[in-house]
Design a protein around this ligand. Sequence first.
Ligand SMILES: NC(=O)c1ccc[n+]([C@@H]2O[C@H](COP(=O)([O-])OP(=O)(O)OC[C@H]3O[C@@H](n4cnc5c(N)ncnc54)[C@H](OP(=O)(O)O)[C@@H]3O)[C@@H](O)[C@H]2O)c1
Length: 267
Amino acid sequence: MKTAVLGSGKMGSAMIRGMLRARLCEPGELTVTNRSGRLPEALCEWAGLRCIRDNREAARDADYVILAVLPQQLPAVLAEIRDALRPEACLISIAPGYTVGQLSAMIGQACPVVRAMPNTPAMIGEGMTAVCRNDAVDEARLEGTIRLLSALGKTELIEESQLNAFIGVCGSAPAYFYMFLDALADAGVLEGLHRDQAIRFAAQAMLGSARLQQETGEAPSVLKDMVCSPGGTTIEAVAALENAGLRGAVITGARAAAQKAAQMGKK
Ligand SMILES: NC(=O)c1ccc[n+]([C@@H]2O[C@H](COP(=O)([O-])OP(=O)(O)OC[C@H]3O[C@@H](n4cnc5c(N)ncnc54)[C@H](OP(=O)(O)O)[C@@H]3O)[C@@H](O)[C@H]2O)c1
């Protein structure tokens, strides 16, 4: 399975590392590009991995072409490769703002196009990636795409109309969790913990809580109620957080991200 990854910054490199670590492809089956043509430091451990500047050359023989450049760089890269792509090559874009229809129109042929939206925990294989596709993507290509993206963590096929909501609750969500984690650590410091201890305790509480929800499948409200003993410390905190508008703030924030993604798609 020959794969080209156009752009080898944070996300491109995370995808390449994940694919190689999971042995989804061999270094010789991958061609990576960037503007310098030099393999990024993070990828130097893999002998045989080729990094070049020429996107056309990288895309020419590829079965899968992953577009991992910034959204503003995408039109130029697509214009560069459109005549070099094999008709059956599957194009995978991870850029927000460009719909499957817009990407197909920019390529100008009935090429299989997948839009994938990862998030930053993909860098350690713990990402959540949503995927949608155009009609030219058959089941075999979809399966191949999902296999490649599984290098980033979990993957789920959704309707394109749900993608902006996905960005609001998942693509942008690591930033909200880090804000929450940072604030919780501040509270720990205020109450006398060292900052590194406070971050360690709060991060493990966050990780463990998420895993408990995944493993039990319980609604978050049920798990929250389990922590709240009558007249106890937690219900005191819950009431204070409700008074401070935590839930409303989270809903407003996630909707702002979803709405911004929708606006970017209309440009
Ligand atoms: N980072 C995230 O959290 C995240 C999450 C979800 C989706 N995404 C999406 O993933 C995509 C990549 O984001 P990123 O954070 O990885 O960006 P990044 O770190 O800035 O990487 C961009 C890469 O594109 C390369 N590049 C620029 N112009 C090029 C060209 N004409 N031909 C070939 N390569 C070119 C750059 O090469 P040089 O280094 O040589 O300039 C760099 O390797 C974006 O669409 C972004 O929206 C990112």
